[in-house]
Design a protein around this ligand. Structure first.
Ligand SMILES: *Cc1c(COP(=O)(O)O)cnc(C)c1O
Length: 431
């Protein structure tokens, strides 16, 4: 049988760089042919050969209800009948923002945008505009979208200002970006001692999903909060991935359980809040948010911002995940996957560690959970590739790179989890 994925990939590569519209989709890390998706329903998608996969990517996070949830589908269809885009305000934008404020009381006001990159980039401009400062802290292994100033990964060493990890980013653009090691308190303290008064913000993925799954430790997060407050820098939580995914109240609600009164100053959202449509947001305290145009001097805008079909999708999604018991069930299902995989690996003698929160999980082919990017990088990459392809052959689709988190949806059944664990057990036994 001819492989229709391969046929499409060959055709795509003629006209789209690498054949894909976002690099990791190209399977460069794991090798092989990307699966072209024909359709998706619930916890599954079907590729060009009509092969079914249990989907643990869920569009890289947004599809928390699974694909084509009936209530969401209905909301989107209804909204589309009333028009696609107006460039004028709608009531649904207020409803969506009000729903977000209820879930995350750290924010008084929110602005809607169309992608996580745009939200992170705008939050950074806002932090700089509101504080009148230029320098920022980010952490190695944290991804905040591909805006120039945030596209810095390298640069260990404390006072070392980052090197851009992409061509096309002039050094001058990232000279104010200080890159620190995740979960390293002494380094954080030293950075604030030296640069604290010039820092506009500290931006962090509270549970880093772009180096698989690494939690900021509670003492580290507590110190981030204290130092930002002490030096007048804004604590910016990039919850594009964790927002309404690790808990209904997002990662900030998880940290507030361990750190009384804990709140970030600014929150960046995307993925789940759009339910699979291009929608993202950033929000914070009123005094900060009122710095935005048209009220304040910080300019930010968007032709499709607050798009009526996207807001309908996001609102219906938030409504469903807010139902009593949704997150408890999702968390239990995710936990059962992680426990099942861990047991299967142990049985086969494969070094393995895994963690999860709400509907987000990560695992490493390492005996212990890593605490920073350098440790994540020591995970066994050839073994991961074998695991990835073994699962793929058996109809289980996990992220095609070992630096990515995984996602369970409300549509995944106990049987889906059992089938996945069974497939993993077979692969573990063979690697
Ligand atoms: C996905 C992601 C982004 C970027 O969002 P896009 O919608 O892909 O631009 C930013 N930050 C984090 C933490 C993300 O996971």
């Amino acid at each position: 049988m001819s492989d229709l994925n391969q046929t499409l990939f060959d055709r795509a590569r003629q006209v789209i760089p690498g054949g894909v519209n976002s690099p990791v989709r190209a399977f460069r890390a794991v090798g092989g042919t990307p699966r072209f998706v024909k359709r998706a329903q619930g916890a599954y998608f079907w590729d060009a050969n009509d092969k079914r996969y249990i989907d643990y990517i869920g569009s890289w996070g947004p599809m928390i209800l699974g694909h084509s949830h009936p209530a969401v589908l209905e909301a989107v269809q209804k909204a589309a009948l009333d028009g696609f885009s107006f460039g004028a305000p709608t009531e649904r934008e207020i409803q969506l923002v009000e729903a977000l404020l209820k879930l995350m009381p750290s924010m008084d006001m929110v602005r809607l945008v169309s992608s996580g990159t745009e939200a992170g980039m705008s939050a950074l401009r806002l932090a700089r505009g509101a504080t009148g400062r230029s320098k920022i802290i980010k952490f190695e292994g944290c991804y905040h979208g591909h805006a120039d100033a945030l596209l810095v990964k390298a640069g260990s060493g404390l006072a070392t200002f980052g090197n851009p990890t992409s061509a096309g980013v002039p050094p001058e653009v990232v000279q104010h970006t200080l890159v620190l090691e995740y979960n390293n308190i002494p380094q954080l303290e030293e950075a604030f001692a030296i640069h604290g008064k010039e820092l506009a913000c500290l931006m962090i993925e509270p549970i880093a999903g772009n180096m698989n799954f690494v939690r900021a430790s509670v003492p580290f997060m507590k110190r981030c909060r204290e130092l930002c407050t002490q030096y007048g820098a804004l604590l910016v939580f990039d919850e594009v991935m964790t927002g309404c995914r690790v808990a209904l109240g997002s990662a900030q609600s998880v940290y507030a359980k361990s750190i009384p009164g804990f709140e970030p100053d600014v929150t960046v959202l995307g993925k789940v809040i759009g339910g699979g449509m291009p929608l993202a947001a950033f929000g914070g305290k009123r005094a900060v948010m009122e710095q935005l145009a048209p009220l304040g001097p910080v300019y930010q805008a968007g032709t499709l911002s607050g798009n009526p079909v996207a807001t309908a999708c996001g609102l219906a999604t938030l409504h469903e995940i807010s139902k009593p018991g949704f997150f408890d069930a999702l968390s239990a299902r995710t936990r059962s996957l992680v426990d099942g995989l861990t047991q299967a690996a142990q049985k086969a003698g494969v070094p393995f560690s895994a963690d999860c929160e709400g509907g987000m999980f990560g695992f490493f082919l390492l005996p212990e959970l890593p605490q920073n990017y350098a440790k994540v990088m020591t995970s066994d990459s050839p073994k991961f590739n074998q695991l990835f392809h073994g699962l793929l052959d058996r109809g289980v689709y996990i992220a095609p790179a070992l630096y990515e988190a995984g996602f369970v949806s409300g549509a995944h059944t106990a049987q889906d989890i059992a089938d996945t664990v069974q497939a993993a057990a077979e692969v573990f036994a063979a690697i």
